[in-house]
Design a protein around this ligand. Structure first.
Ligand code: UDP
Ligand code: MN
Length: 330
């Protein structure tokens, strides 16, 4: 009887030892794979130093003012390596934002009938910083995007635009600033000039590497239409081309989003005073090849009236002067 007991105990001990060996073998295999192939990110998280070593971002500022974010192994950077050894790493460096943001919802319901107030927009977007700026908190966006809107007397449209666009841009993981370029006075409205001025003025505020021009009454109907820059200048509202020809003559293409996701909803409105169609517009377009060298950014004359930062946007009011009188037709 006691022999039988002894036999059973021995058998149990043997089984336990065998199990331990198996577990040990498994752990060794995991570490072997981790160290020698470094392919399995998940395992390196056991070791915070190793994790930060594999996923370090370096910011390099160049003398000409541009900066690069570089993803690399710290072994390439002796000084940062030394630093790293003296620190216990508690903060994980942020990863780059993915090319396809994971939280997009696709088609959106856009309506303009509800009561909209700036307070409501502010309540809905507590993480937007003063001046209408935002950057994702969980990843580094690849570009800094200035969104430039030509504007005069369209406060009602602006509320809806901000109400819809802030959440969309946030879901798109864009690092952005919203700029309203407000035309001072009651002279003839000049959208193109305001866009050019916007481009010049926003660069005084921050370093941007991408510019998106939008009308205040255009809301994208699909959040997959990303508000960032592509290799070529991109025309966002594919159904509302007005200024694309400038760009094509410079030898660049206007890339277009998929026709399904490039749809925009426009807030219906009457034509504004002092924004009547220019009777010279067709001759002007025909002469663009000749005039574009002297026109636009190269010869921009205006007076900066006021820059004001509001919680949901930055307002830049400019006096663009009066255009030369239109010659009478006939
Ligand atoms: N706009 C404005 N105030 C005006 C006229 C135009 O703010 O008095 C701006 C606004 O951003 C508008 C854009 O210029 O969305 C284009 O003008 P509009 O809406 O009149 O053009 P359309 O509706 O014919 O595309
Ligand atoms: Mn319009």
């Amino acid at each position: 009887m006691s022999r039988l007991m002894l036999g059973k105990t021995l058998e149990r001990i043997c089984k336990a030892v065998l199990l331990l060996c198996l577990v040990h073998f498994l752990i060794m295999t995991i570490f072997y794979l981790d160290i020698y192939t470094q392919r399995f990110d998940i395992f390196s998280r056991f070791n915070t130093r190793n994790f930060s070593k594999m996923h370090q971002y370096f910011n390099i500022s160049k003398p000409n003012g541009t900066s690069l974010t570089f993803l690399g192994n710290e072994d390439h950077f002796v000084s940062s390596r030394k630093l790293d050894h003296n620190l216990t790493v508690t903060k994980k460096p942020l990863p780059m934002c993915p090319d396809v943001p994971p939280g997009l919802v696709g088609r959106l319901l856009i309506e303009f009938n509800s009561l909209m107030t700036m307070e409501k927009v502010q309540r809905e977007n507590p993480d937007v910083r003063m001046g209408g700026k935002y950057k994702p908190s969980d990843c580094i966006a690849k570009q800094r995007v200035a969104i430039i809107i030509p504007f005069r007397h369209r406060e009602h449209h602006l509320k809806f635009w901000l109400h819809y666009l802030h959440p969309i841009l946030r879901r798109q993981k864009i690092n952005y600033g919203i700029y309203i370029i407000n035309q001072h006075g009651e002279g003839m409205f000049n959208r193109a000039k305001l866009l050019n001025i916007g481009y010049m003025e926003v660069l005084k505020d921050e370093e941007y590497d991408c510019f998106v021009f939008s009308d205040v009454d255009l809301i994208p109907m699909d959040d997959r239409n990303l508000y960032h820059c592509y290799d070529q200048p991109r025309h966002f509202a594919i159904a509302m081309d007005k200024f694309g020809f400038r760009i094509t003559l410079k030898g660049m293409k206007v890339s277009r989003p998929d026709s399904k996701i490039g749809k925009y909803r426009m807030i219906k409105h009457e034509r504004d005073k002092h924004n009547e169609p220019n009777p010279q517009r067709f001759t002007k377009i025909q002469n663009t090849k000749v005039t574009m060298k002297q026109d636009g950014i190269n010869s921009l004359k205006y007076k900066l009236v006021n820059v004001a930062k509001y919680p949901m946007y930055t307002n830049i009011t400019v006096d663009i002067g009066t255009p030369p009188p239109r010659p009478s037709r006939g």
